[in-house]
Each structure stands twice: as structure tokens, then as C-alpha cells.
Ligand binder design. Structure first.
Ligand SMILES: Cc1cc2nc3c(=O)[nH]c(=O)nc-3n(C[C@H](O)[C@H](O)[C@H](O)COP(=O)(O)OP(=O)(O)OC[C@H]3O[C@@H](n4cnc5c(N)ncnc54)[C@H](O)[C@@H]3O)c2cc1C
Length: 395
């Protein structure tokens, strides 16, 4: 992919910059991280602004309400919005970055008509109900059951770590529909309306004190068979499509955020006096660490270009997705460690000028777990990409 901008792409970037310059100062302050209704309102209002300005779903095909932008335009969009520190997708993450794309690839016409526009306009917020208390890495051991009764599934079970469940309208839900089939074969992907009777959401607290995710209790919840995405018992394959979006292209803005954080760390090091005179930036070891991390960020950006390019050509970026998830999350943790080192004592408190860096660092601990742990990404790469022998099964 050639990243030199064509006149049309340069014009796209200029238009976007002008729009961001005019729009961002008009936004209200960001709500408190624990005020979920306010956070939903803020995130969906931003999404609506993007929609009205013609910037919603930049990477979605135009036939499905998106912009159908070229890979370069998508990158321009993500880079410019992240550079301008525009709001992040926030509560719209699941809908925009993987439920919507999954419906585009696997959904029925009715499902697309029912949901895609709502996701793009910010009217619909989605969450992901895959993990269970005993089914995280070993997702195929999930036990939430759905029994078909006529034109409905009746669902019973428990999900955990469901991000944004408190404010979601719909959930991409994995259920077991054939308990007798081999583990990967009896699973189905369903659209669960979160207001269905029998759905209980219990917020959980994270290390930074927010209730980013919840536990879901599903007690005789009835969902129409029309809400099934893909065939019955074919949900494992559909979930892999969802994962490839989640791991491959969904973290793009975060890479720009990594760049921002690294640049901020350098600026802090230049401005902080060193104990023996000069500034922290005079330390060669620190500069070497910054150089290594910056080189890795550049490599990740190239991989993102490849993933975006594949996704927009209708391909599913499986290999690049796992490599990216693994390397990006580890790189971000090391940037967080370096930023904390430069902050010194200030890195012990979440209040104060370095508070956002401290919060980011604590959050990055979750990055290597969420959406599949690093160990699992290594297994995927070893077994599915490199063709190495499968890990021994002990049970
Ligand atoms: C911030 C955050 C948000 C999340 N949001 C959601 C969400 O919205 N929806 C959702 O469904 N889930 C969500 N999750 C759950 C996430 O997908 C799981 O936490 C993750 O898959 C790991 O599962 P687990 O927590 O059960 O850990 P376990 O699977 O119990 O793993 C524990 C440890 O053992 C290691 N391990 C396990 N099996 C192997 C193996 N075969 N080989 C080598 N090592 C292994 C793991 O890597 C890990 O280090 C979220 C998690 C986090 C942290």
C-alpha cells in the first residue's frame, strides 16, 4: 500500500482537520468515568456528530451505510482524530468495531436493516457476552444454554466481564445449542436485546475503580430465532470472524494513543531535572528505550495498514490480528512502565497532572488479557499460523 496521499486523500484530510478544529471546542467536558448514563450519552452524541458530518463507519462498506473509504482514508481518519484527541469510540466500541462488521459479513438482510444504521448513528450500544466464569481462554467450554422452543430460544446461564453491559441495548451472545456435539460444534451466536425479561446486569469494579464491565445473569431469557447470526451450532466460526475484527483493526486509535503517550513521556523527560544536573532526557538508557518502543510503534502501524487493507478488501485479518494484539498490548505496557519511570513519585497517585498516565498504565494491564490473553495469541500463532504441533491436552 502506497501511503503518499493522492489529491483526493489530501482533501479528505484537510476537510476532516477543519471539521475537527470547528467541532471539538464545542464538546461538553468528558463525564466522570463512573457515571455510565452520562458516558453513554457523551459517546453516542459524538457518534451522532460523526454520522451527521458523514464520518460514521469510515471503514464500513458504503452499501451498509459506511463511508466505504479507502484504507488510506481510514488511516487518515483514525490518525487525525487520535492526534486531535477527539473522543474515542467508548461505549460504541463493540457495535462499531466488531458486532456491526460481523453483521455485515454474517448477518441476514433483516438483521443488517435492524441494526447497522442504529450503530452508526449512535442510537444502539452493544456489548459482548462471550466469556463465562469458567470459560475465558477456553471459550469453547462455555455453558450458557439456549434451548429452542418453536420460534424462540430460551437462554439460561451466566456471563462475565461484559464491557459496557450497564448501558448496552444489545449483546453479541454465544450460547450452547447442542450439548452433545463436540465443544466447538454446538455453539450459536445470538443477538440478545438487553431489555429482555430475565437479563440481570451486575456491575463489577476494575483496578482503576470504575465499573467498566459487569456480570450478566440470564434466567429463562427468550430470544427470537430470527436473532441468530449464522446457522445454529455454527457460532464458533462466526465468533472467529468477530475476533478477527476485535483483534485486528479495533485497536487502531490506540496505536496513535501509544505514539501520543511516548511523545508526552519524551516531553516530560526533557522538562524534568535529573538529580545530578541536566534533565532526565540526558540519560542514554532512557533514550535507547524510547527509540526501541518508537520503532515498535512504527512496526505496529505498518501491520495495522496491512490489517486495514485486508479488512477493506473483504478479507478477514486472522494472522495479522493475533500478531498485532500480542505485540501492541505488550508494547503499550512497556510504554506505560517508561512513562511511570519518568513521572517518578507522581506515578504513585492517580490524582495530579500525571494521573491520566497512571490510569492508562493500570488499564494496560488489562489489555494483555481482554480479547484473548497474550498466551492464547501465542498458541494461535504457533498452531494456526506456523503450523506447529498442538499443545498437549491433559483432560
Ligand atoms: C478489560 C477487560 C474487558 C473484557 N471485556 C469482555 C467483554 O466485553 N466480553 C467478554 O465476553 N469478555 C470480556 N473480557 C474477558 C476476556 O476475554 C477474558 O478475561 C480472557 O479471555 C481470559 O479469560 P479468563 O479471564 O477466564 O482467564 P483464564 O482463561 O482463566 O486464564 C488465566 C491465565 O491462564 C492462561 N492460560 C489459559 N489457558 C492457557 C493455555 N491453553 N496456554 C497457556 N496459557 C493459558 C491465560 O493466558 C491467563 O494468563 C474482558 C476482559 C478484560 C480484562
Amino acid at each position: 500500500m502506497d501511503l503518499r496521499l493522492t489529491p483526493a486523500e489530501a482533501a479528505f484530510r484537510d476537510r476532516l482537520r477543519s471539521w475537527l478544529d470547528a467541532t471539538l471546542p464545542t464538546l461538553p467536558p468528558k463525564p466522570d468515568r463512573d457515571d455510565w448514563p452520562a458516558r453513554r450519552a457523551y459517546d453516542t452524541a459524538w457518534q451522532r456528530l460523526l454520522f451527521d458530518a458523514g464520518y460514521a463507519g469510515v471503514d464500513w462498506p458504503s452499501g451498509h451505510g459506511g463511508l466505504g473509504a479507502s484504507p488510506t482514508e481510514q488511516l487518515i481518519f483514525l490518525e487525525e482524530t487520535a492526534k486531535a484527541r477527539a473522543p474515542y469510540v467508548g461505549a460504541n466500541f463493540v457495535g462499531l468495531l466488531h458486532a456491526g462488521p460481523t453483521l455485515i459479513v454474517e448477518g441476514t438482510e433483516e438483521q443488517r436493516a435492524a441494526h447497522l444504521k442504529g450503530i452508526l448513528r449512535g442510537d444502539e450500544v452493544w456489548c459482548q457476552g462471550f466469556s463465562e466464569p469458567d470459560a475465558g481462554s477456553d471459550l469453547a467450554s462455555l455453558r450458557t444454554v439456549a434451548v429452542r422452543e418453536g420460534e424462540e430460544y430460551v437462554i439460561n446461564g451466566r456471563k462475565v466481564w461484559t464491557s459496557h453491559a450497564e448501558v448496552a441495548d444489545y449483546c453479541e451472545l454465544l450460547v450452547r445449542t447442542d450439548p452433545d456435539a463436540p465443544r466447538h460444534k454446538g455453539i450459536t451466536w445470538l443477538i440478545l436485546p438487553m431489555d429482555a425479561p430475565g437479563v440481570t446486569v451486575r456491575p463489577l469494579r476494575t483496578a482503576v475503580g470504575s465499573s467498566e464491565f459487569s456480570e450478566l445473569i440470564l434466567d429463562d431469557v427468550r430470544v427470537p430465532v430470527a436473532n441468530r447470526v449464522g446457522a445454529e451450532n455454527d457460532g464458533w466460526r462466526v465468533a472467529m470472524v468477530t475476533f478477527s475484527f476485535e483483534r485486528g483493526t479495533a485497536f487502531i486509535s490506540d496505536v496513535v494513543e501509544s505514539r501520543n503517550l511516548l511523545a508526552e513521556t519524551v516531553a516530560t523527560a526533557r522538562a524534568t531535572p535529573a538529580p545530578g544536573g541536566g534533565t532526565l532526557w540526558d540519560d542514554g538508557a532512557l533514550r535507547r528505550d524510547v527509540g526501541v518502543l518508537a520503532a515498535e510503534v512504527s512496526g505496529l502501524w505498518s501491520l495495522i495498514r496491512k490489517n486495514v487493507s485486508e479488512a477493506s478488501a473483504g478479507m478477514i485479518p486472522v494472522q495479522g490480528a493475533s500478531v498485532f494484539k500480542l505485540k501492541f498490548t505488550e508494547n503499550r505496557q512497556r510504554i506505560g512502565d517508561l512513562a511511570a519511570h519518568v513521572l517518578g513519585r507522581a506515578s504513585l497517585a492517580m490524582s495530579g497532572p500525571g494521573g491520566h498516565v497512571v490510569e492508562d498504565r493500570v488499564n494496560t494491564l488489562a489489555f494483555t488479557i481482554a480479547a484473548g490473553t497474550s498466551q492464547i495469541q501465542k498458541n494461535i500463532l504457533a498452531e494456526r499460523v506456523l503450523g506447529l504441533p498442538k499443545e498437549p491436552r491433559w483432560t
